[in-house]
Design a protein around this ligand. Structure first.
Ligand code: NAI
Ligand code: MG
Length: 351
């Protein structure tokens, strides 16, 4: 019996509505599987927690999480209670940084039955591997002078280690998919870090002769996400480029409510964290209409991560059977509730 110990942090807003739905799905999968079990421990860390205790998680919060196999998070943020920078940095970003979750992965795929805003979406099925620890989001830089003489400098940091790590991850992932990696570059405009990025990409590619490679400038690449996303399999991108591309990825799927994500710790020292792309959605909280698919697809990514690709793939097929049948929430044009969608997914799993 394989037992996975998972720390659940539903967080705020619709996080509290969709995490329990995904947990229902995971328990169903475990029951059907026989050899797989989940042990969930729930942590109430959130903006409500902050109001009571003055912090988003206890002093030893990271220590409490450290020995779990994975962290399953909903969403964090409630502007009525706590400023966003306090809530996000006090929980989510702390976990990502301290647990060395240096890679962020976000798939985007056309789901049957969900309208994409694209005119010709075809059948795109891609995944962005985003370097999650350095690049443009560094704290190196500063500001000097006042008034019209003001100067600000923001340095981007690209280490050989960090760059190569992201690229290897992308090539390994592509080996299990359609065997193609596209690198997001900008070496025509950024003359130090991006030629370096290109060099590392070419070096790493040598170890994967069976993988097709392609290098595209980020501006053209962003345009292709709109005009022809089906040309891509795995895309490897720096922190900023990946951030922008993944929002386009979520947009072309039709709703942020279906987009999943994972923050991966690659050295095995700490758990990885699985969380959908969307936030706490204060405008629909309490109405029972939050789309649970982002969280449930995130659960599929967690299954993949723990070597359960077969059940993971089956879960995604089932999600698509349900979207195709038209049982979908209002954000994607339907009239089903959160639990009706989950119930359908569970009953299709049992078929
Ligand atoms: P949001 O993702 O919460 O909402 C944006 C829009 O998408 C809203 O119209 C919302 O109703 C809709 N939406 C989001 N999730 C949905 C779902 N599952 N089903 C149906 N519709 C859904 O982003 P927003 O409004 O910018 O942020 C709200 C709060 O969430 C803020 O406090 C923000 O800081 C936080 N946030 C947290 C994130 C995280 O925990 N990773 C990510 C993004 C925002
Ligand atoms: Mg973003």
């Amino acid at each position: 019996m394989k037992t996975l110990k998972i720390a659940n942090i539903p967080g705020d807003g619709v996080g509290k509505e969709v995490v329990p739905e995904a947990v229902r799905v995971l328990h169903t999968i475990a029951d059907l599987h026989g050899g797989l079990k989940f042990e969930f421990t729930e942590f109430p860390w959130s903006c409500d927690y902050y109001l009571k205790y003055g912090q988003m998680m206890p002093e030893d919060g990271l220590k409490q999480l450290q020995h779990f196999d994975g962290i399953f998070l909903g969403a964090v943020g409630n502007l009525n209670l706590v400023p966003d920078h306090v809530s996000l940095w006090g929980l989510l970003i702390k976990i990502r940084r301290e647990f060395q979750q240096v890679i962020n992965i976000r798939p985007a795929k056309r789901l049957k039955g969900i309208a994409s805003p694209l005119m010709n979406p075809n059948d795109f099925d891609l995944i962005v591997v985003r370097e999650n620890s350095e690049g443009e989001y560094s704290e190196v830089g500063g500001r000097i002078y006042q008034g019209e003489d003001q100067i600000s400098i923001q340095n981007a940091v690209f280490s050989r280690k960090g760059t190569e790590r992201a690229m290897r991850y992308a090539f390994e992932l592509a080996s299990k998919r359609k065997a193609k990696v596209t690198s997001a570059t900008k070496s025509n405009g950024i003359v130090h870090s991006m030629p370096f990025w290109d060099e590392v990409f070419q070096d790493v590619a040598k170890s994967y002769p069976h993988i097709e490679t392609d290098s595209q400038h980020i501006d053209a690449l962003a345009a292709f996400f709109v005009t022809n996303p089906s040309r891509f399999d795995v895309i490897v991108a720096s922190n900023l480029f990946g951030d922008i591309l993944t929002d386009i990825g979520a947009a072309i799927m039709g709703s942020i409510g279906v987009a999943p994500a994972a923050n991966i710790n690659v050295n095995g020292k700490y758990p990885s964290m699985f969380e959908p792309v969307h936030g706490s959605a204060p405008d629909i909280v309490g109405k029972g209409i939050a789309n649970p698919i982002g969280q449930i697809w995130t659960a599929k990514m967690m299954l993949d991560h723990f070597g359960e690709q077969e059940v993971g793939s089956h879960l995604l097929e089932v999600i698509e059977q349900v979207t195709e049948s038209g049982i979908i929430t209002p954000d994607v044009g339907g009239s089903a509730t959160t639990s009706e969608v989950t119930d359908q997914i569970i009953s299709h799993l049992k078929k």
